[in-house]
Design a protein around this ligand. Structure first.
Ligand SMILES: NC(=O)C1=CN([C@@H]2O[C@H](COP(=O)(O)OP(=O)(O)OC[C@H]3O[C@@H](n4cnc5c(N)ncnc54)[C@H](OP(=O)(O)O)[C@@H]3O)[C@@H](O)[C@H]2O)C=CC1
Ligand SMILES: CCCCCC/C=C/C(=O)O
Length: 496
């Protein structure tokens, strides 16, 4: 992006921000009944704002308002083209306020402003626009039926959806959920991660300004046990869409089992492999992809490639290039647009990541407060660094003697979210893409694909559906069959 500001200009904007401090319920900001909590700037450790937290009383209120809004049909039953208009208006408002949102996101999450400006905010807009534009272009279906019957298959909004968000992509993950959910006509209650509530609240305010009826999008700040659990256990919440750790994902399956069997979709962790075969070409490009895959967003990314599985024939030249490439990746103040890595989310997470900084590193290996240098270790597959989801800027290099061994190692994990394969041989590429058990396999590149391609995990990386693309629309709708008998009564009844 050409119009990045200077650090001083970003800091001036940051100082002027009007930060939201209460829940957004029934179309307006209002204080919750839970304990107030502080949201911190991860880069400085200083408080940003005191936020009035929610509790089960607020959950009950928000669910009843969401249900009322749904039943009244001012959103759910509106023509798809009218829902589209409101969501497109919201995109325009986000665009108009994009700088404010980018700075708020960077301040609250520690993400580099460079990424907030060039990825998080543009992708948030793109996601909302894509689902808005989709909704008046999809058709329901007819199924084969008997001669004197018509069978229709309709998609209907599910009802009240709870969106439980992580702290690593606060706005973008909100967009991944509310984009398809709102476009389909649902009422959505968002629970942001306690560390990062600010942009979710501001987005709800902008949605109201865009014309979203009250009760259709509400945001309840607070922690998991106090706000997430009552949402998960609520008898009048029809669906939970969750992004976060596999462990917390399991809680939501239990909540559903212990309440109303609500639909649950989980997008959880990953220990994603970058596999480099002996015939990989253009190692400069491979090195760029590996660095980006491992260290983008400080490795606080469910689809980060934290395992580099490389054939020994290309290991040395590839590592040389990776280390050279890494010299361009600067770590530090998130509001400095020259920095590619900002601050880790909080002290607890820093301590967890730092506990993996052991042994001799090929690069990095040090942490200074919330700033962890991009770090590379060459280790054995049995090392905890190669097994655990660290969620920090630590790449494990695992050397193999054959391409088959590489695939076996790539699959030797409880996770299965994303993987990349680098090879010049088409047959090897296709075989690897087929054999790796992951929701997304990229060949000779790294990334999540586009908003049009489904995103989600095999094994313990996910459950119940896919985000993005038309598959996300499936996630947030129920399928209804309508069978219409066309028998002429004059010809007798159709029974038996
Ligand atoms: N797949 C991914 O994208 C993510 C993976 N992670 C992984 O999870 C690890 C821990 O991060 P963490 O923030 O604790 O992630 P969690 O999975 O615990 O949090 C995700 C969301 O679930 C909520 N939550 C937490 N516990 C409960 C509960 N018992 N009932 C209902 N809701 C709950 C959180 O609320 P709150 O935090 O406010 O209490 C947050 O909104 C990271 O180190 C990383 O490995 C983390 C974030 C994203
Ligand atoms: C530009 C696309 C970014 C996708 C990031 C997906 C990460 C999800 C997660 O960590 O939950």
């Amino acid at each position: 992006m050409s119009d990045l500001l200077t650090t001083a200009e970003y800091k001036a904007l940051a100082a002027d921000l009007d930060l939201p401090r209460t829940a957004f319920i029934d179309g307006k900001y209002r204080a919750g009944h839970g304990a107030a909590f502080t949201t911190f700037n991860p880069a400085t450790g200083l408080p940003l704002a005191e936020i009035s937290g929610c509790d089960a009383t607020d959950v009950d209120l928000a669910v009843s308002r969401a249900r009322e809004a749904f039943d009244q049909g001012h959103w759910a039953k509106r023509a798809p083209s009218q829902r589209k208009e409101v969501l497109v208006r919201l995109c325009k408002l986000i665009t108009r306020n994009r700088r404010e949102l980018a700075v708020m996101e960077s301040l609250d999450s520690g993400k580099p402003i460079l990424d907030c400006e060039t990825i998080d905010i543009p992708e948030t807009i793109e996601t909302l626009k894509w689902h808005a534009e989709l909704i008046d272009k999809i058709y329901d279906q007819m199924a084969p039926a008997q001669e004197d019957a018509i069978a229709m298959i309709l998609r209907e909004p599910i009802g009240v959806v709870a969106a439980i968000l992580p702290w690593n992509f606060p706005l973008l993950m909100m967009a991944w959920k509310i984009g398809p959910a709102l476009a389909a006509g649902n009422s959505v209650i968002v629970k942001p991660a306690e560390q990062t509530s600010l942009t979710a609240l501001r987005l709800a305010e902008l949605a109201a300004e865009a014309g979203l009826p009250r009760g259709v999008l509400q945001v309840l700040p607070g922690d998991g046990p106090t706000v997430g659990a009552p949402l998960g256990l609520h008898m009048d919440v029809d669906m939970v869409s969750f992004t976060g750790s596999t462990e917390t994902g399991r809680h939501f399956l239990r909540y559903a089992a212990d309440s109303n069997l609500k639909k649950v979709v989980l997008e959880c962790g990953g220990k994603n492999p970058c596999v480099v075969f002996d015939d990989a070409e253009n190692l400069d490009a491979v090195a760029s992809h590996v660095v980006n895959a491992a260290f983008w967003n400080m490795g606080e990314n469910c689809s980060a490639a934290s395992r580099l599985i490389v054939h020994h024939a290309v290991k040395e030249p590839l590592l040389e290039r990776i280390l050279a490439r890494l010299r361009d990746w600067k770590t530090g103040d998130p509001l400095n647009p020259a920095h590619h890595l900002g601050a880790l989310i909080d002290a607890e997470h820093c301590a967890k990541v730092a506990s993996y900084l052991t042994g001799t590193a090929l690069a990095g290996g040090t942490a200074e407060g919330p700033f962890v240098q991009p770090t590379i270790y060459e280790i054995s597959p049995k090392d905890a660094k190669a097994i655990d989801e660290i969620f920090g800027p630590i790449l494990s290099v695992l050397t193999v003697a054959s391409n088959d061994e590489a695939i076996a190692l790539a699959n030797d994990t409880n996770y299965g979210l994303a993987a990349s394969v680098f090879t010049a041989n088409t047959r090897n590429a296709i075989r690897a893409a087929r054999d790796i058990k992951a929701g997304t396999v990229t060949v000779n590149t790294y990334g999540e694909g586009s908003i049009a391609t489904p995103f989600g995990g095999y094994k313990q990386s996910g459950f119940g559906g896919r985000e993005n693309g038309i598959h996300a629309h499936d996630q947030f709708t129920e399928i209804k069959t309508i069978w219409i008998d066309l028998t002429d009564p004059a010809d007798g009844d159709n029974v038996g």
